[in-house]
Ligand binder design. Structure first.
Ligand code: PLP
Length: 396
């Protein structure tokens, strides 16, 4: 008899993509309310609370802007607000998303110099310091860095990047994409000397996709007043003039209803506890993968620099001769588990387990056990015992 294939999965889907992420019922309920005028005093109170809350999450006292867009909009906002055509920036290669930001900036006529890096190892920070020290005329206007490269599952130590810039006594702005790290991993915009923070709603903030957030330092606001690239919807200066809503166009009030609840949830747990939970879940995931790869035949951790492995997403390299797509298809179609795929040149070669946002131990163990099940179903070789290793890690 052939095995019964689950054609209509029951139960909740286990959603382990590295963004969007699970939206907690509390946030869904907070958004499930009638619309209100965005200039009504009741809404402006919520709006004020969200600005203040986001500043606490970013750890900044500087400006914050909200855009009705995905993270790409905040990338574009940063480029068009800060630069003039032909200006030079230094982009740190981390993986697929860093190169996406490069492509966007090139379309706006910037000259992009890339500090190249092996995607599995991460950049050597001393190369950034060297390049900046050699830029005697300060032609480089900014350093563009992706804090957490969602494609590779690796982190860039931003405090070290800032130190390298300071050692070189270079005045460039430091722009950081925190789309898959904010509210999951430690981030200190002001203490780390970040001039522009780029964030999105659909990952650590546990909201639907479609709201981008930008934190902007005083120095970056000053630079924006001289920048000549055309902009309108993303124009920070114009947004600042649109008071009290600080927004161009109709304010998406439901996002703010959700964001207020998200901030409440993050602060009830405590940001440090949120980061510790993400670290615990990430450690357990990595321990599982290390067992799967034991003996050299199974899937292995993509990142090869242990202290740069991400706490929000783990990228896992498939064994030679096996694509991740068949395994992910089995996971989704038979077992109702959604895993992330490989991006760009990593398509089919890796899969990604997102362990960020509204996630706990049972959800992670369900994901890891079902990943083992899907690997078995798809004929992917691996050493059993990954789930046991994860349990051991979580029991500590
Ligand atoms: N940067 C990083 C690190 C990302 O993970 C993503 C999306 O996953 C983006 C940028 C693009 O953001 P969005 O898809 O919200 O436009």
């Amino acid at each position: 008899m052939t095995a019964q294939v689950n054609t209509k999965p029951r139960g909740r889907q286990f959603f382990n993509n590295p963004g969007p992420t699970n939206i907690p019922d509390r946030i869904l309920r907070a958004m499930d309310r009638p619309v209100m005028d965005f200039l009504a005093p009741e809404f402006l109170e919520i709006h004020r609370a969200c600005f203040a809350g986001v500043k606490r999450v970013l750890k900044t006292d500087h400006e914050v802007f909200f855009h009705a867009s995905t993270g790409h909009g905040a990338w574009e906002a940063a480029i068009t607000n800060l630069f003039s055509p032909g200006e030079q920036v230094l982009l740190i290669e981390t993986g697929y998303f860093s190169l996406g930001w490069k492509e966007l900036a090139e379309k706006f006529g910037l000259k992009i110099e890339v500090v190249q890096a092996d995607w599995r190892k991460g950049v050597d920070i001393s190369r950034i310091a060297e390049r900046l020290a050699g830029d005697k005329n300060h032609e480089i206007k900014a350093v563009l860095a992706v804090h957490n490269e969602t494609a590779t599952g690796m982190v860039l130590p931003l405090a070290e990047v800032r130190r390298a810039m300071d050692q070189a006594k270079h005045p460039a702005l430091l722009l950081s994409d925190t789309i898959s790290s904010l509210a999951s991993m430690e981030y200190k915009m002001d203490a780390w000397g970040i001039d522009v923070t780029i964030a999105g709603s659909q990952k650590g903030l546990m909201l639907p996709t479609g709201m981008a957030i930008t934190g902007v330092s005083k120095k970056a606001m000053e630079a924006s007043r001289k920048a000549k690239l055309p902009k309108y919807y993303f124009n920070w200066e114009l947004m600042t003039q649109r008071q009290p809503q600080k927004f161009i166009g109709t304010v998406p009030v439901h996002f703010f209803f959700g964001l207020q609840e998200s901030i409440k949830m993050l602060e009830e747990e405590g940001l440090d506890a949120v980061f510790a939970r993400h670290a615990r879940l990430a450690d357990a995931t990595r321990d599982a993968v290390r067992v799967w790869s034991d003996g050299g035949k199974g899937p292995q951790l993509f990142g090869q620099t242990d202290d740069r492995l991400s706490n929000s997403v783990t990228t896992i390299l498939m064994p030679e001769g096996h694509t991740s797509d068949a395994m992910r298809k089995a996971a989704l179609e038979r077992f109702n588990l959604s895993l992330g795929g490989g991006l760009g040149p990593l398509m089919g070669k890796v899969f990604r387990i997102g362990h960020l946002g509204d996630l706990n131990e049972p959800m992670l163990l369900g994901c890891l056990a079902t990943t083992e099940l899907a690997m078995k179903t798809a004929g992917v070789p691996f050493t059993p015992g990954g789930v046991d290793a994860a349990i051991k890690s979580l029991a500590n």
